[in-house]
Design a protein around this ligand. Sequence first.
Ligand code: ZN
Length: 118
Amino acid sequence: MAQLVKNAVKAGGTASDFTGAVRTCIGCRQTAARQQLVRLVRSTSGSGEPEALVDLRRRMPGRGAWLHPSPDCLQLAIKRRAIGRALPGITNAGDLETQLANVSRDGIQSIRTDIVPL
Ligand SMILES: [Zn+2]
């Protein structure tokens, strides 16, 4: 009976490989290059409610938050109420799930979703 001993992979070294800005995912709290994360911004919906939008071009004005384009990270962010903290006023992240699903399906092709399992 073989016993698998998994060495914990330490994150040391990877951060220095990134060129450019590094951001923290509000879901899993891991840092990643901007290119690997999607930007969320606070916007106002037609009815005047604050809402979170996925900022595909990363150019929308206003306060931003960064998240892996992964349902897992979104769920973590919701659980931790991290979205409301990062984007004050946002209370409902329901639509983000759909937006993120679109992003990972046909959105940012250059994003490699090599998500580190938790
Ligand atoms: Zn994440």
